[in-house]
Design a protein around this ligand. Sequence first.
Ligand code: FNR
Length: 352
Amino acid sequence: MADPMKFRNVEVLAPMVRAGTLPLRLECLRYGASLVYGEEIIDRKLIGAQRVENHAFGCIDYVSPREKVSVFSTCATETKKVIFQLGTARAPLAVEAARLVCQDVSGIDVNMGCPKSFSVKGGMGAALLDKPEVVAEILTSLRRALPSEKSLTCKIRMLPSTDKTRDFMRICEKSGAEAITVHLRLRDERPAEPAHWDEMARVWDAVKVPVLANGDFFNRRQIDEFWKHCSEKECQVSGVMIARGALWNPSIFSRDPPNFDDMVKSYVRSAVATNSTYQNTKWVLSQMLAGGTGVTVPTSFNGISMKVFNRELSATKSMAQICTAFGEPHDQSKYPTRAHTTVFYKDFAFED
Ligand code: FNR
């Protein structure tokens, strides 16, 4: 059985496509995140990938032999804390993908909340909210296939009524979910619309397994306010899941956060050390430097006005150039100036 306390009293990094890659996950763990969810990866994208130990960087990469890029990268530091999020609509594919990756992760989460059309058209993400029988089949099959110490969870959105949300949560629990995260928005609500924190008090006791709340935690004050709000309402929420707040500032998990410049530079060092592509690194950095609601971003970075600095960042075309812009050392021989994974796996001997 997975650790029954694993999802109790936790603050976790949410799954985020493009953002939740290895360096952001490691930074969030360093600042105190209890668990980190990886970006959603579709079952078919993972199936067929080969597990490669990348000794140069101390990482484990799941590499697609066709495209010769790493589909999912992880490392020993996070094995007990990383949850792999699957995009799936079919139990056999979900099982095949989960079996492939489960030795390197702490648990599997099924995405039942993504409203994007590519997801929904394929019967995945939020489409599953209308298909309880498919959800039951996916979760029971995964539970049967996974070793007992690996957790199985799901992330849902609110359904059109409280009763419907509660019923759906019960189906997830009955089918084997050990924790459920509720993104406190309806399927058609956009990220700019406020999350419905109040709904948590109406749904948390539908199930006995831990329930995590997601939506609009952008700073420490808001997180503490939410915990207080729950205890006043006697709502025993088990945890909070943070997406944009952690992308804009991974030290949101810390009670003793570093200053902004140090936080950003630390992310750059993690990205270099874990062999991130410059494109992904640059995108995450641009999000951090832009910030968003509820996050205070300084007007200058490294003593340069943010406007000028952003121009410098947007002109970078390699990891070496990113390091130079951020005043971080960079070993040119170890880190080539092209997308590293492509360079590393170009000549890799894949098994048939
Ligand atoms: C997301 N979200 C998301 N959700 C999910 O279940 N799987 C995913 O891969 C992604 N990808 C993703 C990428 C990016 C860039 C963002 C901003 C969001 C949704 C996310 O996990 C979360 O539910 C919402 O963002 C609401 O939480 P916040 O941002 O209000 O904390």
